[in-house]
Ligand binder design. Structure first.
Ligand code: ZN
Length: 235
């Protein structure tokens, strides 16, 4: 088999492989995207739960302090009846005021924490409802992808084997040329001459150039797009 015939076959195999990939469409990236969002949600849920536990612990601690301080205030108020001088009275009063200020501050802190907790719980409820939906979507699309991949797997294996068989029949310099053009031209490196024009970019091919391509003895490229040209013998 001539080099150009091998290249035509290689192109045919590679085009079929490309079609198989296209059949999978954007499913792989959708599945990847969904998995990513699912992971993000899970970590956001985890962070919210951790924060809620911290808040609960801090609220319990604040409530403990508060009840200690209230007991102290009650005791100090009882002592107010027993004091003998104004100075002692003022000292007790200022201690009571100080404790009550602390109680106020802690109560405000507690309110802030409760508000934060409420917001987190709302977010958590939303995230958890989302996670269910995402999970269903992911399973459906991953299942669909798996089906498509499985159905094209056999064909892909067959084509890859054909490819392996054909590669050693082509000189490596032509394979590099083929790969370079294919990369630059959306996967199509070998095109037929159609109506004296390049089948890829439709530039006119000179009669002399066409004759050389028809002979098929050497590798000829379109002078405009650099695709490798071949001749389809319709006779
Ligand atoms: Zn061209």
């Amino acid at each position: 088999m001539t080099t150009i015939n091998s290249l035509v076959q290689l192109q045919d195999i590679d085009s079929q492989l490309m079609n198989l990939k296209e059949l999978q469409g954007d499913l792989p990236s959708k599945v990847e995207d969904l998995s990513f969002r699912l992971e993000e949600l899970k970590s956001s849920i985890h962070a919210a739960k951790t924060r809620i536990a911290e808040i609960d612990a801090e609220i319990r601690q604040l409530e403990g302090h508060e009840s200690d301080r209230r007991t102290k205030v009650d005791k100090l108020r009882d002592q107010l009846y027993l004091v003998k001088t104004n100075r002692e009275y003022d000292a007790l009063m200022s201690e009571i005021d100080h404790l009550e200020e602390e109680i106020d501050t802690e109560e405000n802190r507690e309110l802030d924490l409760m508000q934060e907790k409420e917001q987190l719980e709302e977010q958590l409820k939303f995230d958890e409802s989302q996670i269910g939906e995402l999970d269903v979507q992911l399973k459906t699309q991953a299942g669909e992808l798996e089906k498509r991949v499985a159905s094209s797997k056999e064909e892909e294996i067959r084509l890859s084997q054909d490819r392996e068989e054909i590669l050693p029949t082509i000189e490596s310099r032509f394979i590099s040329k083929y790969d370079r053009v294919r990369q630059a031209k959306n996967g199509i490196a070998v095109v037929p001459i159609v109506n004296h024009s390049c089948g890829g970019c439709h530039s006119k091919i000179t009669p002399q150039h066409e004759t050389e391509v028809r002979k098929g003895e050497s590798i000829k490229q379109c002078s405009t797009c650099r695709r490798i040209l071949h001749w389809i013998n319709t006779a």
